[in-house]
Design a protein around this ligand. Structure first.
Ligand code: ADP
Ligand code: MG
Length: 570
């Protein structure tokens, strides 16, 4: 009111920004529009880095990836209704992957929405977000902003991390209150990610089982990568001396070239092992639920599992020794219990695994050296493998079907959290958001290996990459289509097949349109040269890599997930 001098006041805009800054937030992944346009501008004015995207899904995927990389909630900001729904896909993705993220979305006024009077972008966003998030909150009063932000941060981080929705009705941002009172209302969250220490009995039980195993196997998942207990995990794996399999985003936690790495003997170790020790990995579809042909004889395995989420235990198989706690605390406790007199598994097991690994690697090596034009996956990814091993700090982003499966198995990762991919859902379209987050959060060079189809879900964000001049090199594995580029219309009509794109597309010209470097290459030597130049210049670069149309297979390695019937098809 008129008698109060404005300088003694603060408002919802500033309280929200102050609350985020107080809790260490530095970056916001944003798409502006009503009612949050000025929120982004004020945040920039207050020293936050605000990166605006072209579509909310990719701002959200960036926030999710930032959460995985930094162990702090990635923040995404969206407009109401459609913008919110676009961002919600990424929030659900973060929750599914157990990554901390906060989606802050503007919304329209409760008075109108709740009576369904038909507002601009009217939607009951809180109700829609709730089932897709770990937690969902709405702030109605400026004096509650501190509380709302604190609850969102704690919910995103504590225990199993996940996505949190924070609903911010437009009117909240304009509300004013006394500046001193406002500052006092903010909460700096103390210890949002407390250590979760396992019970001593649980440690005894696990060590007892692990010590009895004749053919033990460790599976390391992205929960272990997220935990940032890299040295402890490595010490545990090396002390135990078990062969290990890294799940795709746990690659590099120990280097893929480590002598205990059994990736190239995956079938053998899954089938033959008698005791499987899961470290921050779930027995979900990615591990065929711990059953079926790949897992050998039914009932042949004992499972030991580390997870921060107690209810993860027995979700697919009986867990004989659950270790509830964070990876760092559990690894520390196990190492203390084991001490210095651990008997490593017999050479008859580890030697057989090693022999299989070496045989398979040797068999693959010559195929990775071909210089075919157009390229196949082996020749092109053989080049990427070399370049990543020469530049181990590069963050590799990877999505597609064959582009994903082949790259995951061919390209070794040498350091922790240097691989970002499609995650638990196995989705398409995470590439550009992840690439932006990787560049912004780590400052490192990023290499995104993208199927042409996967790139199509997020390609407009090349403009974002150019606008912020990020060191991102995108390689499009262009085989003219989804899975393959040589499909035909099953109905014989004039339309192309449902799974092919325009032939010989020049994705590199998209990058040129925004001032980045765009190149087409059709052989591995040229690909090597182009990526090397991108790494040296750190300029936004898109390399359109011409792959043979017939290279690749239906759905990559997961074709078995397609429904089929006995009724004849094509
Ligand atoms: P992957 O796909 O690599 O197998 P998942 O996402 O399936 O990995 O599993 C990761 C698991 O790690 C989740 O069950 C999650 O609860 C758990 N987790 C996340 N953070 C931690 C942590 N700090 N300590 C222990 N477990 C964690
Ligand atoms: Mg393709």
């Amino acid at each position: 009111s008129a008698e109060i001098a404005p300088e003694t006041l603060t408002d919802g805009f500033h309280l929200l920004i102050d609350a985020l800054k107080l809790n260490g937030v530095e970056t916001i992944y944003n798409v502006p529009g009503i009612p949050i346009t000025d929120l982004g501008r004020y945040a920039q004015a207050q020293g936050l880095r605000v990166l605006s995207f072209r579509h909310e899904q990719h701002a959200g995927y960036a926030a999710a990836a930032a959460g995985f990389l930094t162990k702090k909630p990635g923040i995404c900001m969206t407009v109401s209704a459609p913008g919110f729904l676009n961002g919600l896909t990424a929030l659900a993705h973060a929750t599914t992957n157990c990554w901390p993220m906060i989606l802050i979305s503007g919304s329209s006024e409760r008075e109108i929405v709740d009576l369904q009077r038909g507002d601009y972008e009217e939607m009951d966003q809180l109700a829609i977000a709730r089932p897709h998030a770990k937690a969902a909150y709405r702030i109605l009063h400026a004096q509650d902003i501190g509380l709302g932000v604190a609850r969102a941060i704690r919910a995103a981080l504590t225990g199993r991390p996940g996505g949190v929705y924070l609903d911010v009705p437009g009117a909240l941002l304009g509300q004013v209150m006394d500046a001193v009172e406002g500052e006092k209302s903010l909460i700096k969250v103390v210890d949002p990610n407390p250590a979760s220490v396992p019970a001593p009995e649980a440690i005894d039980r696990a060590v007892e089982l692990l010590s009895k195993a004749k053919k033990p196997l460790i599976i390391i998942g992205k929960g272990a990568a997220y935990a940032q207990a890299d040295d402890k995990v490595r010490e545990l794996v090396e002390t135990l001396g078990f062969p290990y399999l890294p799940m795709s985003m746990a690659k590099g936690l120990l280097p893929d070239t480590h002598p205990q790495c059994a990736s190239a003997a995956r079938s053998l170790v899954l089938k033959e092992s008698d005791c499987v020790f899961l470290i921050g990995a779930r027995l979900n579809w990615l591990l065929s639920h711990g059953e079926g042909k790949a897992w050998g004889e039914k009932g042949s395995k004992t499972f030991v599992q580390i997870d921060i989420e107690p209810t993860e235990m027995d979700s697919n198989q009986k867990i004989s020794a659950p270790l509830i706690g964070d990876v760092g605390s559990v690894a520390t406790a196990l190492l203390e219990k084991i001490g210095s007199n651990w008997q490593k598994p017999d050479e008859s097991w580890t030697g057989a695994v090693r022999e299989k690994v070496e045989g398979n690697v040797a068999k693959m090596a010559p195929r990775l050296k071909n210089n075919n034009s157009p390229m196949d996956y082996q020749g092109s990814l053989g080049v990427i493998k070399d370049l990543i091993s020469e530049n181990p700090d590069v963050v590799l982003v990877n999505e597609g079907a064959n582009a994903l499966d082949q790259c995951r198995s061919i390209v070794d990762i040498h350091k922790p959290r240097k691989r970002l991919d499609v995650g638990t859902w196995g989705i398409m379209g995470i590439g550009m958001g992840s690439a932006v987050a990787a560049a912004v959060e780590t400052g490192n060079q990023v290499l995104a290996v993208e199927g042409d189809s996967a790139f199509g879900f997020c390609g407009m964000e090349v403009e974002t990459i150019c606008r912020y001049n990020l060191p991102v090199c995108i390689v499009i594995m262009n085989n003219n289509g989804i899975y393959r580029g040589d499909g035909e219309n099953w109905g014989g009509g004039d339309d192309p097949s449902t799974t092919v794109f325009v032939k010989d597309s020049r994705y590199d010209m998209m990058m040129q349109a925004f001032g980045g470097v765009g190149l087409t290459v059709d052989n591995p030597d040229a690909l090597r040269q182009a990526v090397k130049e991108a790494f040296a210049s750190r300029k936004p670069t898109l390399i359109n890599a011409v792959i043979a149309e017939g290279a690749g297979k239906e759905s990559g390695n997961i074709g078995n997930l397609n429904p089929s019937s006995v009724v004849a098809q094509q």
